[in-house]
Design a protein around this ligand. Structure first.
Ligand code: 4GY
Length: 220
């Protein structure tokens, strides 16, 4: 999967997407991430990207020209590769709430273009003309769309074949997800007794029928 991200702060993506499973997916060319600094599409010598809202009100908005220039240039440069056009997503608390089903359908796309907003948001004409879907990661207000973009990349990457490895544990996870996406039983690892707290006996019994029964009875 190819993912292009348009952001005023490309540096924000360095930590979370350069470690662990996501780093390995990138090393193995399963996930091809590209970050674009919106500032380079800014207007005039000052590379302006924001302006006052028509009709008045507090705060600033992102002007449409830099965003649309970025979207069109990235689309033009990338279209010879993975897909003809990217699936374009804008993140805001007004968007449709992101759920696992949506993550799984987005994971089937070959090419994503993620737009990270700032200030009070972006000009509505960009959403109406150049965005395929507006998503929210939850009912709270962040300072920008970068963390939502990272959340989506991380959640989607787990569903790219080969990213979690093809061992039994990743299969088991996706099977239980298909049955019931968020219910999980409690998990225990060594030691058997930690600060006088003991692992439930059934998990040490080796009786897989009883273990499955206990897990079904203890969904949280
Ligand atoms: N919640 N889910 C969210 C967010 C910040 C003003 C537009 C969210 O997705 N995005 O809070 N985004 C806002 C800040 C500009 C993005």
């Amino acid at each position: 999967m190819r993912v292009d991200v348009v952001t005023l702060f490309p540096g924000m993506f360095e930590g979370p997407l350069t470690e662990s499973i996501i780093a390995r997916a990138r090393d193995n060319q399963l996930l091809d991430l590209h970050f674009h600094d919106l500032r380079s599409f800014g207007i005039g010598n000052y590379k302006q990207i924001d302006d006052k809202p028509y009709g008045g009100g507090a705060g600033m908005l992102m002007r449409p020209e830099p965003l649309v220039d970025a979207i069109e240039k990235i689309t033009e440069l990338g279209k010879s590769g993975k897909a003809r056009k990217p699936h374009r997503i804008y993140f805001s608390p007004r968007g449709k709430k992101l759920k696992q089903k949506k993550v799984e359908s987005i994971a089937k796309k070959k090419w994503l273009l993620l737009i990270c907003g700032h200030y009070e948001g972006i000009d509505q004409r960009v959403i109406d003309g150049w965005i395929d879907e507006e998503l929210s990661i939850g009912d709270y207000v962040l300072t920008g769309g970068e963390i939502p973009a990272m959340v989506l990349i991380d959640a989607v990457a787990r569903h790219i074949p080969g990213v979690l490895g093809d061992d039994l544990s990743s299969h088991e996870e996706s099977f239980s997800e298909a049955l019931d996406r968020k219910k999980e039983h409690p998990h225990y690892t060594r030691p058997e007794i930690f600060r006088e707290m003991k692992v439930p006996d059934v998990l040490l019994s080796g009786n897989h029928g009883e273990i499955e029964k206990w897990r079904k009875e203890n969904l949280q």
